[in-house]
Design a protein around this ligand. Structure first.
Ligand code: 2IO
Length: 406
């Protein structure tokens, strides 16, 4: 029975409950799906998604001016092109790789053990809401060099900003709330930026405040945009990825046992989690001219959403794509976190995620700590698994029971 009927909608409750059951028919019957209510196009084939993200002349990021800039309070990397993009991307990359990454590992460990401590004697935790969300915010604050004490406020502002970016439809009331969050975060950041300009440290904000382009430093607005860019990109997918990893391992006890025996397999488990259930499901682009695909045409000026979840399950790209298998021969763990990745969970092309190596280290570090602590890990009695989100997507909660640690 076809599920993608002429009345099929990406905005329907059925699709939101489980988009994965629609992906095969979208790819086969409506590979360029038009959504009339929001007048946007959705491409779902691996080949088409790859083309949209790689052909930067035909598909621009122009629409981020309305989709992101109002809450980012300044331009983000994905909007930039040419020499400006190369230079600023390099500065931000330096905060996420090499020495900077290695220096963050002890802080990641400290955050993980502090945040998990209260739940160990109890033997029960909601890995998403009790642990993952605060953990993701703490790690981001450390990278930026912001006060960890402020995590609740910053976390709330982050949620409002992320809601703006990841909503396909937004009521005027919610829009106001999101913009309020962004304005409050901006007001919180301005004195910090001033201070770091005077007394720079080793943190990413200091690097942004002091880096020079053509002999000048960035304005407050430019620095603010990039800080919020990093804040959202580093926080929003992290808790989801961690919870999805544990969900898959609990669902596949034999693979969980293997990862426990050989923690070196965690990289593969994370890569397969990202392929199978990408936390970022949609990547928007703007068609600069009429774009002709095998399954339809996107008219000039229209927004086209790349469906990452559908592309990663395309049988033309992966064998038995719906199977979660950390040993799949077509995974390629090492290249999964580089520009050579076959899955598209970090995007591809000029704007491919700069946090991929950091994300791997972050999730690998925390998972390697949690696995030995969570002995006999299983779903809590009565727990019903549910996912939410069309743009960024992950478990609504993940209640786990384990052997209490005295
Ligand atoms: C922050 C969607 C969480 C990015 C975004 C407006 C720009 C860009 C992304 C990812 C993940 C976020 N887009 N990171 O898809 O920086």
């Amino acid at each position: 029975m076809p599920v993608v009927t002429p009345r099929f909608s990406v905005l329907s409750e059925d699709f939101a409950a489980d988009p994965y059951r629609y992906f095969a028919q979208l790819r086969e019957q409506a590979p360029v799906h038009h959504e009339p209510e929001i007048d946007c196009y959705f491409v779902s084939r691996h080949e088409d998604v790859k083309r949209v993200l790689s052909d930067h002349d035909a598909f621009s990021t122009e629409m981020l001016q309305v989709r992101a800039e109002p809450v980012m309070r300044g331009p983000i990397l994905a909007q930039m092109t040419g020499a400006e993009h190369t230079a600023k991307r390099k500065t931000v990359v330096r905060g996420f790789t090499g020495r900077a990454l290695q220096d963050q590992i002890p802080a990641i460990r400290a955050n993980a053990s502090e945040l998990m401590a209260p739940f160990l004697p109890v033997g029960r935790v909601d890995l998403l809401n009790d642990f993952g969300k605060p953990f993701a915010v703490h790690v981001t604050l450390d990278v930026l060099g912001l006060d960890r004490q402020d995590w609740e406020r910053v976390g709330d502002w982050h949620s409002g900003i992320a809601e703006f970016i990841t909503s396909l439809t937004l009521t005027p009331e919610r829009r106001r709330h999101c913009l309020d969050c962004a304005e409050q975060l901006e007001a919180y950041l301005l004195p910090v930026i001033q201070e770091r300009r005077r007394r720079p440290g080793e943190d990413l904000i200091s690097k942004l405040c002091t880096a020079e382009y053509d002999g000048t430093v960035m304005s407050d607005r430019e620095v603010t945009g990039l800080i919020i860019n990093v804040l959202v990109a580093s926080t929003e997918p992290a808790d989801k990825t961690l919870a999805l990893l544990f969900k898959h391992l609990v669902d596949h006890p034999e693979q969980l046992a293997q990862v426990r025996r050989e923690p070196e397999l965690l990289g593969a488990a994370i890569a397969e989690t990202l392929r199978h259930t990408p936390p970022v499901q949609l990547i928007p682009r703007q068609a600069e001219g009429d774009a002709v695909f095998a399954g339809g045409t996107v008219p000039a000026g229209a927004t086209v959403f790349c469906m990452v979840g559908a592309a990663n399950r395309d049988p033309d790209a992966f064998t038995d794509p719906d199977v979660f298998d950390i040993h799949r021969p077509d995974l390629g763990t090492a290249r999964s976190f580089t520009a050579a990745a076959q899955h598209l969970s970090f995007g591809t092309g000029l704007h491919q995620c700069i946090g991929a190596a950091f994300a791997r280290a972050e999730i690998e570090t925390v998972a390697a700590m949690l696995l030995p602590l969570l002995d006999q890990v299983r779903y809590s009695p009565g727990f019903r698994y549910r996912e939410t989100g069309l743009y960024t997507r992950g478990p609504a909660s993940l209640w786990l029971d384990f052997t209490p640690v005295r």
